[in-house]
Design a protein around this ligand. Structure first.
Ligand code: URA
Length: 285
């Protein structure tokens, strides 16, 4: 590769890692990503009954792009479980960003490795930091209800976060309540490969991004959550090749729904779009 191209790539990468604000981060990341394609629900059906072609494979460099990516191979449930366990171990030992030294426990994520639906939140809070499990506090209780309303259970889906460690306003006092904050740009960038690898291993049909942080980061669009929600997008990942198409839809974060119960109706509309695609009838009354 020409020296100039290398220099430009290095500069882009540095800009990406050092970007301060979420919007700045997304702008820095934009040149490296394919634009999210907007799909209507009727466009989104993936071939049924196809062999699940999954191989955990690094995305090709620009230089390698001219030859087609090798066909991915099937990954069994056992292989997915093993790959996710190995990844979780890496996450538990991670100190790529300062959250690694202030967390009580990392929260890799949990659930059914063969699920069709994966929920992605923004990052662990107080309760999750203590238990090492995602969405186990008040927001988690509401998420559980949303999942059941869809006709699913927590055991049937996979739940993870963009950031794997608890972002705190005051990291010197992890015992404090009300100490949660959204992950910042560097924290999101450092953690990004983990959520990408989890999605590529599980390869669900649908990712449901909970809240603006997850939506903007995975849809790679700086628009507001209000502008992003209500439609499906093709999911494109930076670091890995998805073995088959995955659709993503954004909706409100359960914590936002606890603060604004009036938004629940719109969130339910978003969830129903996924239910329609999967033929889910919802919980019986
Ligand atoms: N909020 C999140 O975004 N994730 C959790 O795991 C808990 C609360």
């Amino acid at each position: 590769m020409a020296r100039d191209s290398l220099r430009r790539l290095a500069a882009e990468f540095k800009q990406f890692l050092t970007a301060q604000g979420e919007d700045e981060w997304i702008a820095a990341a934009a040149p490296r990503r394919a634009a999210a394609t907007v799909c209507t629900p009727s466009d989104t059906t993936t071939p049924q009954g196809d062999t699940l072609t999954v191989e955990f494979q690094q995305k090709k460099t620009t230089r390698e792009m001219d030859s087609p990516a090798p066909m991915a191979k099937t990954m069994s449930t056992a292989q997915k479980t093993k790959a996710l366990q190995t990844l979780a171990e890496t996450i538990r030992n991670c100190s790529r960003c300062p959250l690694g030294s202030t967390r009580i426990q990392a929260v890799p994520g949990e659930g059914n490795v063969d699920t069709e639906v994966m929920f992605v939140g923004e990052g662990p809070g107080f309760d999750e930091d203590r238990q090492g499990r995602p969405f186990v506090g008040r927001a988690g209780q509401l998420l559980d209800k949303m999942i059941v309303a869809m006709g699913l259970t927590r055991e049937k889906v996979f739940i993870a976060n963009i950031a794997k460690c608890h972002p705190m306003i005051d990291p010197l006092h992890p015992e404090k309540h009300g100490n949660d904050r959204a992950p910042n740009a560097q924290e999101i960038a450092c953690c990004r490969k983990y959520i990408e690898q989890q999605i590529a291993i599980i390869c669900p049909k649908y990712v449901i991004a909970l809240g603006g942080v997850a939506a903007k980061s995975l849809i790679s669009d700086a628009k507001s959550l209000g502008a992003l929600r209500g439609q499906f997008y093709d999911l494109h990942l930076d670091s890995v090749t998805l073995p088959k198409p995955v659709q993503i839809i954004a909706t409100f974060h359960p914590a936002a729904l606890l603060r604004n119960p009036g938004w629940k109706k719109d969130a339910w509309t978003d969830l129903q779009m996924v239910m329609d695609q999967l033929g889910l009838k919802g919980a019986r009354k």
